[in-house]
Design a protein around this ligand. Structure first.
Ligand code: ADP
Ligand code: ASP
Ligand code: MG
Length: 482
């Protein structure tokens, strides 16, 4: 049993959907479940439409809805033609209901997260129905399955958390008859529902997570994530043309990269797969013969010092300073409890005797958080920051790595605001201006991945060093450091 997920970039138009169909039919000897994202750009368009309707610009929102309707109908007509009656009716009815919802949003003048989910999920409902119809038309025994009846989440709308046990039971009940009948179930990714059936979504990019949840529930042999690049690469190829595909990467390295901004995987994708030790393959739907990347529990040492570089953009650094509390217990606890109450995870933290700096994802609710933090000390906020993160399992106990990173960054004239590396960590992360990210990533990539000497940056294991060298086990720096 395999689970194959096709992202929006692999379903952008008729040609892309035909490619995906070909890939699935070539795997017809394996039992498979197919998970699809919305067609490329559709979820962004849906978000824009609901925003316009709530701002009173209903006609603009309806205009986008009309364009989207035409796009979906064109794909259906091109790939299924006259046999598409039932799917055609379902697609039209989905758009009718979307337009009604947009009118209701305009009347109410507000967009609640629950309504936002209702609108956002339309893209996957449409694409999954169309892809199932195309598969059937091309001779694959496919059956559309409503993911909202299978994937159970809590009610944190727009970023819901899956309930894996409830989901496993529902999936077994819904999928077994289809699989026994030799059909290929086609499900929308990203969409789910609460236990009471209220539609939810798993957060942007969440179809990867859907595939992993389904793979884990079915004890799949592997999960395939089909996208528009040759697998997980040494950095984002859109930022650095020299990025290279990675053959094998460990679960924890890939999870770290996804968390620190590698868009190729939703940050929570690997959690269900790791629990069941199911390998995840990231593959290129435009070049299906290429090996792509295998993410699995163990991976051979990489030739290079690091496995890859990621960047998490749009960060805010909040510093809390409290000389009064010098040495006092509870200062740090107070800060972290406040962050937890506001659901704002600290992505990078650096402390001194009297202050704490925290890099957080910028959010609309920041003001409320700041108001509470001000009760604990003087608060300073710096916006438009980013975390650059170099990930690799083999950096522990090796000398010279931090020096090479920060010499490279300094040579590029880039200022570092915070640095963090833990002793047993598999990454080194630091905060810079958001604008500096492309240059920082390109320079680090050049030094650690492209330079002929990339494997020889002075990072020998301690044991091989004749004279004692210092190996940096923990760095924590605040303020302007380069
Ligand atoms: P999909 O529609 O298939 O879900 P996404 O756009 O979500 O595709 O993810 C694929 C994109 O992720 C790539 O086009 C690439 O620009 C970006 N990306 C960022 N970091 C990496 C990386 N380390 N390796 C590969 N792709 C990356
Ligand atoms: N369509 C959704 C999004 O664009 C989910 C996904 O593609 O994974 O975020
Ligand atoms: Mg994606």
């Amino acid at each position: 049993m395999i689970v194959m997920k096709f992202g929006g970039t692999s379903l952008e138009d008729e040609i892309a959907i035909e490619r995906a169909t070909q890939i699935v039919s070539e795997r017809s000897c394996e039992q498979s479940v197919v998970v699809v994202s919305a067609l490329a750009g559709v979820t962004d368009a849906l978000a824009e439409m609901s925003g316009l309707a709530s701002a009173g610009r209903l006609q603009d929102a309806l205009g986008i809805a009309r364009t989207l309707r035409r796009r979906h109908l064109r794909v259906l007509e091109a790939l299924v033609g006259r046999d598409a009656e039932a799917t055609l009716a379902a697609v039209n009815s989905q758009f009718d209901s979307l337009e009604e919802t947009l009118r209701a949003i305009q009347v109410l003048g507000e967009l609640t997260p629950r309504t936002a989910d209702f609108v956002l999920g339309a893209g996957e409902l449409l694409s999954s129905r169309i892809v199932a119809a195309v598969f059937e038309a091309q001779g694959i025994a496919a059956a559309w399955l409503d993911s909202r009846k299978c994937i159970v989440t809590d009610a944190s709308h727009t970023n819901a958390l899956p309930d894996c046990d409830a989901t496993a039971k529902r999936l077994a009940a819904q999928l077994s008859p289809l699989l026994l009948a030799g059909q290929v179930p086609v499900m929308g990714g990203f969409i789910a529902a609460t236990i009471d059936g209220i539609p939810t979504t798993l957060g942007r990019g969440g179809s990867d997570l859907s595939a992993s949840i389904i793979g884990a529930a079915l004890n799949a042999e592997r999960i395939e994530i089909w996208t528009d690049v040759e697998g997980i690469m040494t950095t984002d190829p859109r930022m650095c043309q020299q990025a290279m595909p990675i053959d094998v990467i460990s679960f924890d390295e890939a999870a770290e990269l996804a968390y620190f901004g590698a868009k190729v995987l939703h940050p929570a994708t690997l959690t269900p797969a790791i629990r069941k030790n199911i390998p995840v393959h990231v593959l290129n739907s435009r070049n299906p013969k290429a090996d792509g990347t295998c993410i699995r529990i163990d991976a051979p040492r990489s030739r290079t010092t690091f496995r890859a570089i990621a960047a998490k953009r749009g960060m805010t650094v909040v510093s809390v300073r409290s000389p009064r509390m010098l040495g006092a217990n509870g200062f740090l606890r107070g800060i972290f409890e406040t962050l937890e109450r506001h659901g704002s995870p600290a992505d990078l933290v650096s402390t001194s005797e009297v202050s704490v700096s925290i890099a957080l994802q910028a959010s609309r609710d920041l003001d409320l958080l700041l108001r509470e933090l001000k009760k604990l000390g003087e608060v300073e906020v710096e916006e438009h920051k980013a975390i650059v993160c170099l990930v690799g399992k083999d950096i522990c106990g090796r000398v010279g790595i931090a020096a090479s990173i920060f010499a490279t960054i300094a040579a590029a004239g880039i200022n570092v605001h915070m640095i963090s590396q833990g002793a047993s960590e598999i990454n080194v992360g630091f905060v810079i201006e958001d604008n500096d990210v492309p240059e920082a990533v390109r320079q680090l990539h050049r030094v650690f991945f492209e330079a002929a000497s990339s494997t020889h940056v002075d990072v020998r294991p301690l044991a091989s060093v004749a004279r004692p060298h210092w190996c940096v086990d923990m760095i924590s720096v605040q303020g302007e450091v380069a």
